[in-house]
Design a protein around this ligand. Structure first.
Ligand code: HEM
Length: 411
């Protein structure tokens, strides 16, 4: 009997008794506890509503690089009841597919989002962070989620793409609504809202690209159109639109979550916050540790055309495989004291699994790190006495982009 079972948590198995099985709703409700309970038992477990969950960091890393394992957007969407409409079309056209289509759709961005170029955006990000703090009421209380964490990634991507600032709130609302589709935690009655948000996003981006086509200017979208004409052979107008919609949608909610989790964790570990106030060079460590401790994206989903053997268990072909980045981030085979938040830990990862891996590894990882580091440096310099007004925000969810709400701060 393992420790969790002794502590009164019953361990479940599939009917044939061969494979441990997690209840999907338990995983959503208390992911760290449930993952830790099963991870010591097996690197892969069955999921009560179908498919498997891979819990081990080494196993996830290997699957992300395995040629037999492919992106499962179509299968995942079907499992969620999405078989047509704007969301189905968006995923079909976006870079979240495999093979030559993926390479063709991702290629025009690899230069722009490379570390070297992203470093040049830091002064702009820093200025935005300071501007947001300037708008806070002296002493607070401030709604940190709405008045900082939500705005910084939206304004940053708007500046990079050349979207007017007045359009940002509308884009953010649509993007957050559409991005909820990545989870498995919504009901069928919510789908029409997400479809509509996606339709509106596509139509806004279509208009922006048409505008740049007729009146090119010195900005990212005009350069993107010029580049795809030369390099991305045969990229259709619809594909061009889908990639820009993805860039907007992929970076806002994920970075918002990460920023709130980062500051909330540091507020709860005051000594570590104070250390960054004294030495801003610790900011990159703090960001990496927060991304490990509470990753924004709990799971990514894949499918295999062949049966796959992992840790002595076989996952049959064509089953959804949920790779738990959340579990990998606290795998005791990689980290000492995985359940402790410690920005000085010696085993801090250089390459964070929270950004995925393999050919679909996050395109915006350098940008996200720059935003989170610049946020933290600005906050620790400007409002070192910052503290939570009330309880720390609750972090919820395991599948897709996780949820964190309601953080008030004062200083
Ligand atoms: C803390 C913030 C972020 C986190 C935790 C995060 C996480 C991830 C993860 C886990 C994936 C892999 C998905 C998969 O393999 O199925 C991914 C893909 C992606 N991310 Fe991010 N992301 C963040 C911010 C951003 C930003 C700021 C952008 C761009 C502005 C961005 C753009 C993308 C794109 C385009 C993909 C798809 C890449 C592909 O399929 O080739 N992300 N992200």
């Amino acid at each position: 009997m393992n420790e969790a079972a002794r502590a009164g948590h019953p361990l479940r198995y599939t009917e044939d008794g061969a494979t441990p099985m997690v209840l999907a709703e338990e995983l959503e409700a208390d992911p760290h506890t449930v993952c830790a309970r099963y991870r010591t038992l097996s690197p892969v477990v069955a999921r009560s509503t179908g498919g498997f969950v891979v819990l081990g960091a080494a196993e996830i890393d290997a699957l992300l690089k395995d040629d037999r394992v492919r992106s499962a957007k179509a299968e995942t969407n079907r499992a969620k009841g999405i078989t047509d409409g704007p969301l189905w079309e968006f995923y079909r056209l976006s870079m979240q597919v495999d093979g030559p289509e993926h390479r063709k759709r991702r290629a025009p961005f690899t230069q722009t989002f490379a570390l070297r170029l992203i470093e040049q955006t830091r002064p702009m990000i820093r200025a935005l962070a300071h501007r947001l703090i300037d708008n806070w009421i002296q002493g607070g209380p401030v709604n940190f989620v709405d008045d900082f964490a939500k705005q910084l990634p939206a304004l940053t991507i708007a500046h990079i793409l050349g979207i007017p600032e007045e359009d940002v709130p509308h884009f953010t609302t649509l993007s957050n609504e559409a991005a909820r589709v990545t989870g498995f935690n919504w009901g069928p009655e919510e789908l029409p809202l997400m479809q509509e948000a996606c339709r509106q996003m596509v139509s806004l981006v279509e208009r922006m690209l048409m505008d740049r086509r007729s009146r090119p200017r010195e900005d990212f979208l005009s350069r993107y159109l010029a580049e795809i004409d030369v390099k991305a052979d045969g990229l259709s107008a619809e594909e061009a639109v889908a990639q820009i919609v993805l860039l907007i949608a992929a970076g806002i909610e994920t970075t918002r979550f990460a920023d709130v989790a980062l500051v909330s964790l540091l507020m709860q570990h005051r000594g570590q916050w104070d250390a960054i106030c004294r030495n801003p060079e610790l900011a990159p460590r703090a960001v990496r540790e927060a991304l490990r401790f509470e990753p924004s994206v709990g799971t990514i989903v894949r499918v295999s055309a062949e049966p796959l053997a992992i840790g002595g268990r076989v996952m049959p072909a064509r089953q959804l495989i949920h790779l738990s980045l959340l579990s990998a981030s606290r795998d005791e085979r990689i980290y000492q004291r995985p359940g402790e938040f410690d920005i000085m830990r010696e085993d801090l990862p250089r390459t964070n699994i929270g950004f995925g891996g393999g050919m679909h590894r996050c395109l915006g990882d350098s940008l996200a790190l720059a935003e989170l580091e610049e946020s933290l440096i600005a906050l620790t310099q400007r409002v070192p006495q910052l503290r939570l007004a009330g309880a720390a925000p609750q972090i919820r969810g395991h599948s897709g982009v996780r949820r964190i709400e309601g953080m008030q701060v004062v200083w």
